[in-house]
Design a protein around this ligand. Structure first.
Ligand SMILES: [Zn+2]
Length: 310
C-alpha cells in the first residue's frame, strides 16, 4: 500500500508517492495561493492522477492521502481553520469528501511545519530524537516543536506551531498575523524587500541593482563583501537566532532544525545561530545542537507519509 503525500506551498506544490521508507515518485509544479481554491484543487488532482499513472499505481493500492497545509488545521476533522493570506478559500473545504470521491480513500491534514518536523523525526536528521524544534525560513517564518515524541495541538490546534510569530520586538512593525514585532515581521522574505528598499545607503550597494530581492540575493551580495548586504544579513541572522532561543526556552528541545531554501547558505547561518544559542539559551544540561534540515524539499512529504499510517 502507498501513501500520497502533498506539500501545498504558496508557489510550488509537491506531491510524492511513498511506500514505507521509499519515495517511489514525485512531482513539483508551480502553484498560486492567490488562485481560487477550486482551480488549485483541480490542478492538484490532475498532478496526483498523472503521478499515479506514471508510476502505475492503482486506486486500490492507496492507503491514504496526506496533505501538509500552510495554515492552522483542525486535525480531528481534517479542516483548514485559518490561513495567513494563502489559499484563503480552503477554509471549510471538505477534504474528506474530496479524497473519497477521487481515490476512494481517507485524507489526513496537518500544518506544513508540523509535517516537516515529523518527517525529520521519522526519516531525517532528527531520527531517534524525541524532543525537537524547527524553524522554517521563507516567505514567512514557521516555528514548530515535537515534545517527547508527540506533536502539540492544543484546544484550538495552534499549540506549538506559531514560533515564527513570537514577538522579539514589542516596538516593532505590525505582522501579517496581527501581532507586533514577530520574528516573521522582523526578518522574512516579505519583510526583507521592505528593509532593502528603505535602506538609506542603498545606492551604495549592489542590492540596488538586483532584480529579485530575496535571501539568495542578500547572501550572495554579502559574500561579495557588500557592506550594506553584510549589515542587513547580520541583522537578519540575529532576528532568526533570537527566534531560535525563544523556541528553545518554550519547548526544551535537544536539537533545532533549520528548514527552508535559504539553508543553501547554511555555511553562514548555522555557525552564527549555533554561537548565539551557545551564548544566550538557558540550558544548564548542555548545548542545543543547531542543524540544517536533511530534506529541504521533501521533509513535509515524509512527515505526511508517517502521519497517514495512524
Ligand atoms: Zn506574526
Amino acid at each position: 500500500m502507498v501513501n500520497i503525500a502533498i506539500d501545498l506551498g504558496g508557489t510550488r506544490t509537491k506531491v510524492g508517492i511513498l511506500k514505507e521508507n521509499k519515495l517511489l515518485g514525485y512531482s513539483i509544479e508551480a502553484s498560486s495561493s492567490q488562485d481560487s481554491f477550486s482551480v488549485s484543487l483541480t490542478n492538484l488532482t490532475l498532478q496526483i492522477n498523472k503521478l499515479l499513472a506514471d508510476n502505475s499505481i492503482r486506486i486500490e493500492e492507496i492507503n491514504g492521502v496526506g496533505l501538509a497545509f500552510p495554515g492552522l488545521v483542525d486535525v480531528a476533522q481534517n479542516k483548514v481553520i485559518s490561513t495567513n493570506g494563502k489559499f484563503n478559500q480552503a477554509i471549510e473545504f471538505d477534504f474528506n469528501k474530496w479524497a473519497e470521491d477521487k481515490w476512494n480513500t481517507r485524507v489526513k491534514l496537518e500544518n506544513d511545519a508540523r509535517a516537516a518536523i515529523v518527517g525529520e523525526w521519522q526519516f531525517g536528521i532528527g531520527k531517534g530524537i524525541e524532543n525537537l524544534a524547527m524553524m522554517t525560513i521563507g516567505t514567512g517564518i514557521g516555528g514548530v516543536c515535537l515534545i517527547e515524541g508527540k506533536l502539540l495541538h492544543g484546544k484550538h490546534f495552534q499549540a506549538g506551531v506559531l514560533g515564527g510569530h513570537s514577538s522579539i520586538n514589542y516596538k516593532g512593525d505590525k505582522c501579517t498575523c496581527g501581532n507586533i514585532g514577530c520574528v516573521e515581521a522582523e526578518a522574512s522574505t516579505w519583510k526583507l524587500r521592505e528593509i532593502i528598499a528603505n535602506h538609506k545607503m542603498l545606492d551604495k550597494s549592489i542590492l540596488s541593482k538586483a532584480e529579485v530581492l530575496d535571501y539568495k540575493t542578500l547572501f550572495d551580495a554579502a559574500r561579495k563583501k557588500d557592506e550594506i548586504a553584510i549589515e542587513i544579513m547580520n541583522q537578519t541572522l540575529s532576528v532568526w537566532a533570537a527566534g531560535v532561543v525563544n523556541l528553545i526556552h518554550a519547548y526544551d528541545p535537544e536539537m533545532v532544525i533549520l528548514h527552508g531554501g535559504v539553508m543553501n547558505s547554511s555555511d553562514i547561518i548555522i555557525p552564527f545561530i549555533q554561537n548565539y544559542v551557545n551564548n544566550y539559551a538557558w540550558t544548564p544540561w548542555g548545548k542545543v545542537k543547531v542543524v540544517k534540515s536533511s530534506s529541504l524539499d521533501f521533509a513535509a512529504l515524509w512527515g505526511m507519509n508517517y502521519l497517514c499510517k495512524s
